[in-house]
Ligand binder design. Structure first.
Ligand SMILES: [Zn+2]
Length: 195
């Protein structure tokens, strides 16, 4: 176990992102000593992050963390299927991760593609289908429809993970796990936690 509760994990992420956004990253725990430490003692990440595969939103960089700190699941559009959920269950149940953050971001290509609609080649249609309910809701929201859809997607994933029977809901009900949403502004470098 990390010894962290959900609140402390959240505070570490907020502090790390503030450093990154201000250009004051410390790049902690990224050296050979840390590499040896996490090999010898094993990994005790203090948060799991569901993020987009977009090369501009790397969680370890955005939250200024190091090796062994974050357990990360990444797919285009920060969506999770059964394999992604199984990864999160492993993090929560076996590694004792107390906090799952589902992080969407501004100007998301996957969401933009889903908003534009039309023919999606190959398996990309699966991403469109998964995002379709969020896109539909976003059309009735004010402001940029892509960012609104990305936020809706985060909210629906947070809700779905929190009530996922089996492992996650049990841990949430016991207070051992929190699932929260976040939205990363790729221009400002800042992460807003959105509940
Ligand atoms: Zn994206």
């Amino acid at each position: 176990m990390t010894g962290h509760g959900p609140e402390r994990s959240l505070a570490e992420l907020i502090e790390g992102n503030a450093r990154f956004a201000e250009g004051k990253s410390l790049h902690p725990r990224q050296d050979a000593r840390r590499r040896a430490e996490v090999l010898e003692k094993g990994q005790y990440p203090f948060a799991a992050i569901v993020a987009c595969s977009d090369s501009r939103v790397s969680p370890e960089i955005v939250f200024d963390q190091g090796l062994g700190d974050l357990f990360v699941v990444r797919t285009a559009g920060n969506l999770v299927d059964d394999l992604g959920i199984a990864s999160l269950e492993y993090a929560a149940a076996h590694l004792g991760v107390p906090l799952i953050v589902v992080m969407g971001h501004s100007r998301c290509g996957a969401v933009t593609s889903a908003v534009e609609g039309g023919e999606a080649p190959g398996s990309l249609s699966a991403i469109h289908a998964a995002l379709a309910p969020s896109v539909e809701k976003a059309k009735h929201r004010p402001g940029d429809v892509v960012d609104a859809a990305a936020r809706e997607n985060v909210k629906s994933l947070v809700a779905a993970l929190g009530r996922r029977e089996g492992v996650l809901k049990g841990l949430v009900d016991r207070g051992a796990l929190s699932v929260v949403g976040a939205f990363y502004d790729i221009e400002r470098g800042s992460v807003e936690f959105i509940g």
